[in-house]
Design a protein around this ligand. Structure first.
Ligand SMILES: [Zn+2]
Length: 475
């Protein structure tokens, strides 16, 4: 049935912070008309009664890691570097079913909390596989969420990425980490190329992209190859950029310039580029990103949880840089609640490469809508809808969620996923993975003290602070 009519609702107007009564006519998954109440339902149309509901655009999560959902709360008092140190056990030993499951769980949480589109950097250990990435895309397709799915790729390990870190480890641990090897770049890119070339999903709903994970984790050749491949297939590039002070300092040390300046010198920046976090930027970096029409995915929850720093978002916006909001992975920010992370912004839509398709309740846009229950305490009374959406709403008033015209959550219940099975599968998966990753986890726990000590020393060393001042970093 191509038509859906939503009647009796109130549609948020962000410009005036009002919520006038309006009907919405959806045709083939797109919004056709938003008009004062009284639109006649076309013959055969599905009619959704939205009395006592506030209708907002579905929230858009511009940065997460679907694989992280299985280990929410898995670490505590971790810096970014300690999280990366734990990476091998957090995502290790997963079967195809686990990869699908983790993405399903992430999608279930996001949809239940009013998020209708996501940019996911999904990691497979040791390297992306065609089947794995297809399983992730399939999970998002089956859940009914809109998604951009990017395999996380690199050709250097965390230990190779930070100058002198390996040398600072005790001998036995050093030998262990030196045994960790990345898959050769040629085979990683062979998989990526085949993935992009044979993408079977409807790109309007599930789109591929590439996620070269962190500048220092990728050689220049690797970055250039990723960039060229993204251009060739017209897909997005998404990367963690200057997320921690350690990364910013190591970048200056390794490249003799900031990470952003280095990416710029490789021709890496452009409208298809999304930089996650982007905390340790100087004015020049912000200007470079803005001038190239790039986007930033701002993850305030993760930045706080990992103690990475406060991103200069005000300066970014002043410079005209597009900023979207994200949750980051559940293993580093503990939940996937966009109401905690964000205000509904069209910035996230652009960061997903979907700026003219999602993020607005307006004709021509995809019908990605969230109906909030105005009987809920969050809205009693409704004084200023925009203000309350940002500061009061916490996803508990989410009543109905619609993606591309399809109702995926009704009355707060997820319709697209068998939640009881999701729960039992998750319990089983964790029992299996905890056991299988026991040794890898024990090694990471042994390394933790040394990595932590090295990194906090690095962040304070006079030589580096001097280098940082010269490069005009704001902090
Ligand atoms: Zn991330």
């Amino acid at each position: 049935m191509p038509f859906t009519l939503i009647t009796n609702g109130r549609v948020l107007d962000t410009e005036t912070s009002t919520a006038p009564a309006a009907d919405i006519l959806i045709n083939q998954g797109r919004i056709e008309t938003v008009a004062p109440p009284g639109i006649a339902a076309p013959p055969g149309a599905t009619v959704i009664d939205a009395a006592e509901r506030l209708i907002i655009p579905g929230l858009i999560n511009s940065h997460t890691h679907g694989h992280g959902s299985l280990y929410k709360g898995g670490g505590d008092r971790w810096t970014l570097e300690l999280l990366l140190n734990a990476g091998p056990w957090l995502a290790g030993e997963r079967t195809l079913e686990h990869k699908y499951l983790a993405a399903s769980l992430a999608a279930a949480e996001m949809l239940s909390k009013g998020c209708t589109a996501v940019y996911d950097l999904y990691v497979e250990i040791p390297a992306p596989t065609l089947e794995g990435m297809r399983a992730v895309a399939q999970a998002y397709h089956d859940a009914g969420i809109r998604a951009v799915v990017a395999p996380m790729i690199a050709d250097r390990t965390f230990f190779q990425a930070i100058p002198d870190l390996v040398e600072a480890l005790p001998q036995t641990l050093r030998e262990h980490v030196q045994k960790i090897k990345m898959t050769p770049a040629a085979s990683t890119f062979d998989i990526c190329r085949r993935l992009l070339e044979n993408w079977t999903f409807d790109r309007r709903r599930i789109t591929p992209a590439l996620g070269p994970t962190i500048p220092l984790h990728c050689s220049d050749d690797f970055l250039t190859t990723a960039h060229n491949l993204a251009l060739e297939y017209d897909v997005g590039l998404h990367m963690h950029l200057a997320e921690s002070k350690i990364q910013a300092l190591s970048g200056i040390r390794h490249y003799g310039k900031s990470l952003t300046a280095h990416l710029d010198s490789l021709g890496f920046l452009g409208t298809h580029f999304t930089a996650a976090h982007a905390i340790w930027l100087d004015h020049d970096d912000i200007t470079r990103l803005a001038d190239h029409g790039a986007s930033v995915a701002h993850n305030p929850g993760s930045n706080m949880r990992l103690g990475s720093g406060i991103a200069p978002v005000r300066e970014m916006l002043n410079a005209g840089l597009n900023v979207g909001i994200g949750t980051d992975g559940a293993h580093c920010a503990d939940n996937q609640n966009m109401f905690e992370a964000m205000r509904p912004t069209t910035g996230s839509a652009r960061a997903l490469g979907m700026g003219d398709q999602i993020g607005k309740v307006a004709p021509g846009f995809e019908a990605d809508l969230v109906l909030l229950d105005l009987n809920h305490f969050n809205w009693l009374p409704m004084n200023d809808p925009v203000n309350q959406l940002i500061h009061t709403e916490d996803a508990t008033a989410v009543h109905t969620v619609i993606v591309g015209g399809d109702v995926v959550v009704r009355d707060g219940q997820l319709l697209s996923i068998d939640v009881a099975k999701l729960k039992s599968d998750t319990q089983e998966a964790i029992a299996f993975l905890d056991e299988r990753n026991r040794e890898t986890r024990a090694l990471a726990e042994q390394l933790e003290r040394h990595v932590g000590k090295f990194c906090s020393g690095l962040a304070r060393s006079p030589h580096h602070v001097h280098a940082m001042a010269e490069s005009n970093l704001p902090r």
